[in-house]
Design a protein around this ligand. Structure first.
Ligand code: N01
Length: 496
C-alpha cells in the first residue's frame, strides 16, 4: 500500500483529542513544527467527538474545561453540552493552523522503538512513519467496555454502547433498556424517559448523585468575559481554587465527606417519594469511592411511571429481552450499554513495543500501569504518555493535567535539543520511587477503603488511574524536565 503519510517526522502524536491537539499547538509554538498527528477517527475531539449520546455534557465547569491559552467567552452554560465542547475543539484546531499535519481515519497498528537508530517506527493503516519521539494522547476513556453477558450477541433488536450512539435508531415509542448507572447513564436516562414508551434501568450499584448547579450564562456575562480584560481568567481561577482546596483533602479524611453524603441523600429524598425505590437508589459505599455524579434530572426520571429500576442481576439476554436472576424476562427493543471503558487495560498499550520488544501492556502486566510522573516509562525511550497512569481526576479538569504534561514534554524536547541527546528514558529506580510513593498515599484514600469496586482500580485492587494529590502539586512536579531521573543517549553514529 502506498503511504499517504510522511516517512519521517520529529514527533509523532497519537490522538487528536484535548491531549493531542494541545501537544500539536504547543510544539508548533516552540518551532517544533515537524510533527504528525494520527487520529483513528474522522475529526478532532476525542471523547467529545465520540460521546454524542442524548444529554451528553461535561460535569466540570466550562470555564475550567477548556485550554488556558484558548478561553471561550461564548460558553452558553456553566457546564457545557457536548456539541459546544466539540465545536470549541474544532475551532481551536482550525485557528491554530496545525491541522495540515493531522492524518484522520488513521489507525496505529504498532509502534516499536529501535535502539540502533534511536527512533520509533509506527505502522498505521495509512503507512509507516519513523519519529524521534512518540506522544500518545489516545485517551483514558476511549475504548468502550462491553458487558460479558450470556446471549448478548444474539439480541435481535438494536444494541449499542453509550460512546457509540446509533443515531439512526428512532427511539420514539420503543421499549428501551439502559445497562449501567454511571456518569454516562445518568445523563442518558432522563433523555430516553422523554421519548421511549418504557424504560428499564439496570442498576448493579447505586451511585451518589449530587445536584447539578448548572445555569445559562447571561448575555451580559458573555459580553463581560469577552471585553473586560482578565475577568474570565479571574472567574476560572476562582472555580479552580474552589475545587482544589476542598476536594483532594477529603479523599484521605472521610469525615470531611459527611456533608457531601448528606447533600446527595437529600437530593434523592427530594426527588423520590416512594420509600422502596429510594432504598434501592441509596448507595451502600462511602461517598467519593466512585466518581460522584451530578444531575437534577436523573432521580425524577427514574421515579417516573414509565421507568422501572431493575436491581436484580442480569443473567442473560435473549433475542427479545433481558432475563434477571429472579427469572423475569423483560421484553425490549433497544439496549443501551452504558458500561464504561477499558481504563486500566488500555488497548493501545498492546501496540507499543519498547527496548527489547516487550509491549507496554506486557511490561505493566505484573505491576499495573505505572510511569514516571505519569508520563514517561522505563524501557520506552522518548515515549510520552498523556493522560498516563495516575493522572486522572475525579474533581477537577483533565485539561489542567494535560497542559501540565505537555509543559513537561516541551521542556524535555528543549533540553534534548540543547544537549544534543537522541533519547531520554526514565531510570527504573526513579520510576519505582515515584510509584511507590503514590501507592503508599493511595492506600489511605476513600478510593481504596470506601467499599466499592470502581474503574479506578485494576485487577489487583491498585488505583493506577487517579492522581491522589492537589493538581497544582502535579503541575509543580512537572514544571521542569529533570534529566537527573533519566538515562540519556547521544545520536546513533552511522557506520562509514
Ligand atoms: O462508565 P462507568 P460511564 N452488568 O464505568 C455498570 C467520564 N464521563 O461511561 O458500578 C451490569 O462509570 C457499572 O456498574 P458498577 C467520567 O469520568 C464523564 O458512565 O460497576 N452493569 C456502572 O454503573 C466517568 O466516571 C461525563 O456496579 C454493569 C456502569 O455500568 C467515566 O467517564 C459523562 C456491567 C459503568 O459506569 C465513565 O463513565 C460520562 C454489567 N456487566 C462519562 N458492567 C461527564 O463529564 C458495568 N456495569 C458528564
Amino acid at each position: 500500500m502506498e503511504s499517504s503519510l510522511p516517512a519521517d517526522v520529529r514527533h509523532l502524536v497519537v490522538g487528536a483529542g484535548f491531549a493531542g491537539l494541545c501537544t500539536a499547538i504547543k510544539l508548533d509554538e516552540d518551532g517544533e513544527g515537524d510533527f504528525l498527528v494520527v487520529e483513528k477517527g474522522p475529526d478532532v475531539g476525542g471523547t467529545w467527538r465520540d460521546n454524542t449520546y442524548p444529554g451528553a455534557a461535561c460535569d466540570v465547569p466550562s470555564q475550567l474545561y477548556s485550554f488556558s491559552f484558548a478561553p471561550n467567552p461564548d460558553w452558553s452554560m456553566s457546564f457545557s453540552p457536548q456539541p459546544e465542547i466539540q465545536a470549541y475543539l474544532r475551532r481551536v484546531a482550525r485557528e491554530s493552523g496545525v491541522l495540515d499535519r493531522f492524518a484522520f481515519d488513521t489507525v496505529v497498528e504498532s509502534a516499536s522503538w529501535d535502539d540502533a537508530t534511536r527512533t520509533w517506527t509506527t505502522v498505521t493503516s495509512a503507512g509507516t512513519v519513523t519519529s524521534q519521539t512518540l506522544v500518545v494522547g489516545a485517551g483514558g476513556l476511549s475504548e468502550p467496555r462491553l458487558p460479558d453477558i450470556e446471549g448478548i450477541e444474539e439480541f435481535g433488536g438494536h444494541l449499542f454502547h453509550s460512546a457509540r450512539w446509533d443515531h439512526d435508531v428512532d427511539l420514539a415509542g420503543t421499549r428501551v433498556a439502559v445497562i449501567g448507572t454511571g456518569a454516562s447513564a445518568i445523563q442518558i436516562v432522563p433523555e430516553l424517559q422523554k421519548v421511549a414508551a418504557h424504560l428499564d434501568v439496570y442498576q448493579r450499584t447505586a451511585p451518589y448523585v449530587m445536584p447539578r448547579h448548572d445555569r445559562r450564562y447571561t448575555r451580559l456575562e458573555r459580553l463581560a468575559f469577552r471585553h473586560v480584560p482578565g475577568l474570565q481568567k479571574l472567574y476560572r481561577t476562582a472555580i479552580y481554587w474552589g475545587r482544589e482546596t476542598y476536594v483532594p483533602g477529603f479523599t484521605r479524611r472521610p469525615g470531611l465527606l459527611a456533608p457531601a453524603r448528606r447533600m446527595a441523600l437529600a437530593n434523592l429524598h427530594k426527588a423520590v417519594s416512594d420509600p422502596d425505590l429510594r432504598a434501592r437508589l441509596t448507595p451502600e459505599f462511602e461517598i467519593g469511592c466512585k466518581r460522584i455524579l451530578i444531575s437534577n434530572a436523573y432521580y425524577p426520571a427514574v421515579a417516573a411511571d414509565d421507568v422501572e429500576l431493575v436491581t436484580d442481576a442480569i443473567t442473560r439476554v435473549t433475542p427479545t429481552g433481558i432475563v434477571t436472576a429472579d427469572g423475569t424476562e423483560r421484553p425490549v427493543d433497544v439496549i443501551v450499554v452504558a458500561t464504561g471503558f477499558h481504563t486500566t487495560d488500555l488497548p493501545i498499550a498492546e501496540r507499543i513495543h519498547g527496548r527489547g520488544g516487550a509491549s507496554l501492556a506486557d511490561t505493566w502486566a505484573g505491576t499495573g500501569m505505572n510511569a514516571y510522573k505519569g508520563t514517561t516509562v522505563h524501557g520506552f525511550p522518548n515515549l510520552f504518555v498523556l493522560v498516563g497512569p495516575n493522572t486522572g481526576l475525579g474533581h477537577s479538569s483533565m485539561v489542567f493535567m494535560i497542559e501540565s504534561q505537555v509543559a513537561y514534554l516541551r521542556d524535555a524536547v528543549r533540553t534534548m535539543r540543547a544537549a544534543g541527546w537522541a533519547a531520554v528514558e526514565p531510570r527504573a529506580a526513579a520510576q519505582a520511587r515515584w510509584n511507590d510513593a503514590l501507592q503508599r498515599r493511595m492506600r489511605r484514600t476513600v478510593w481504596n477503603t470506601g467499599g466499592c469496586a470502581s474503574w479506578y482500580l485494576d485487577a489487583h485492587g491498585r488505583n493506577t488511574v487517579l492522581w491522589p494529590r492537589a493538581t497544582f502539586a502535579f503541575r509543580r512536579l512537572l514544571s521542569r524536565f529533570d534529566p537527573a531521573a533519566y538515562e540519556v543517549s547521544t545520536p546513533a553514529t552511522t557506520p562509514e
